[in-house]
Design a protein around this ligand. Structure first.
Ligand code: PLP
Length: 390
């Protein structure tokens, strides 16, 4: 029974994501009363006669008002205690891996974002990291891959581009009993659909270039921690000392975009679900990868840990690379381009983008569903696929 008198309750409400997206990290500018914070371009900030920094800012690589506002907002959206904004999505794993020692072992998904593998293989070539790339959609593969020197478990769900689903609570359980820190790349889900920290994951990474930026006009990344930990502290050093920081303008644009993040992602997910349904069973399509479809092997886990299934749909076109390229060549409304999460719908032949080391099927097309009307998107795919039906 609640015996607390109402008047003594602190006015702290657990706000919903739409509210946090508009209000977290924002304040009325004390100098002017402006509702929207100005873009603070100054790289340097005045010291007091005594040597202190009265506003907490000294030099823009260390921190900047637009960056700290963005970090506060993203930490709130994920339910974390702190966030670090970076100049790109890939700067995040780069900063995390810099916290490891030569000979440390990491486990990552077999179909992890291809740039992650390139960072490990090329940027960390002299680091002698041991790596295991496993199919994390089956938790027993993760348990089997652990070694005494495992220092990081990197998860990506839904994965790019195969939309595989990893059970976050299961990964967190296995990792905790082995004492290994976990990071989830949540770029495809965004905090609007999935909050990995709620499932026991230690840190969340995003390429803010995608849904969080949302308009295909900025590059960024973020790392959010449930609580302070050694890898997060080391990533902070890489950010501030290594200088992989986003510009004040990019921080400002990202924060502005976040106001509409929940609405955009919900509309894109609903549209993607319809597009996936249309493609599933189309005579020119061999297979549809979308966790919202009931036959998807990760559907029940996705339904448990996500509120919707996101805006990316991948398909295998019947035939080989040529047939897939022909479909991509025939679209009129979709744009043939890499990346995802923006307002324009995009279509991409993924294997040729990833290059010779790719594990992506040659007949795979990845679709990023934008904010156009679903009827128009389906009509475009219908006419593009008509050419490949024989
Ligand atoms: C695009 C992407 C990245 C890399 O982000 P950049 O901003 O391009 O550096 C990382 N992970 C996933 C899942 C992505 O889609």
């Amino acid at each position: 029974m609640d015996s607390e008198p109402h008047s003594s309750r602190p006015f702290v409400v657990k706000q919903q994501i739409e509210t946090l997206a508009v209000h977290a990290g924002r304040f009325v500018d004390p100098a002017t009363g402006a509702l929207v914070a100005p873009i603070q371009l100054s790289t340097t900030f005045e010291r007091e006669p005594g040597g202190g920094y009265p506003h907490g800012f000294s030099y823009s690589r260390d921190n900047n008002p637009n960056r700290s506002a963005l970090e506060a907002c993203l930490a709130a959206l994920e339910g974390g205690s702190a966030a670090l904004a970076f100049a790109s999505g890939l700067a995040v794993p780069t900063a995390i891996l810099q916290g490891l020692r030569p000979g440390d072992h990491i486990v990552a998904p077999k179909d992890v974002y291809h740039g992650f593998r390139s960072v490990v293989r090329e940027v960390f070539a002299n680091w002698q990291l041991e790596t295991s790339y496993v199919d994390m959609s089956k938790a027993r593969n993760l348990s089997a891959a652990l070694r005494p020197n495992t220092r990081l478990i990197w998860v990506e769900t839904p994965s790019n581009p195969l939309l595989k689903i990893t059970d976050l609570a299961e990964v967190a359980r296995i990792a905790r009993s082995a004492g290994v820190p976990t990071v989830c790349d949540g770029t495809f889900g965004t905090p609007a659909l999935q909050r990995p920290l709620d499932h026991g994951i230690d840190m969340v990474a995003h390429s803010t270039t995608k849904y969080i930026g949302g308009h295909s006009d900025l590059l960024g990344g973020v790392l959010i921690a449930r609580e302070e930990n050694p890898l997060f502290a080391s990533a902070r050093r890489s950010q501030k000392l290594g200088g992989a920081v986003p510009s004040p303008f990019d921080c400002w644009l990202t924060l502005r975009s976040i106001e509409t993040l929940p609405l955009r992602v919900r509309a894109q997910s609903a549209s993607a679900m319809e597009v996936a349904g249309f493609l599933h069973g189309h005579e020119a399509i061999e297979e549809v990868f979308y966790p919202g479809l009931p036959h998807h092997p990760g559907h029940s886990v996705a339904a448990r840990q996500m509120s919707q299934f996101g805006g990316v749909v991948s398909v295998k076109v019947k035939g080989a690379a040529v047939e897939a390229m022909a479909v991509a060549a025939a679209v009129r409304l979709f744009t043939r381009a890499t990346s995802l999460g923006g307002t324009h719908s995009l279509i991409e032949h993924r294997a040729s983008m990833e290059g010779p080391n790719t594990a992506t099927p040659q007949n795979l097309l990845r679709l990023s569903i934008g904010l156009e009307n679903t009827v128009d998107l389906i009509a475009d795919l219908d006419q593009a696929l008509a050419g490949s039906v024989r």
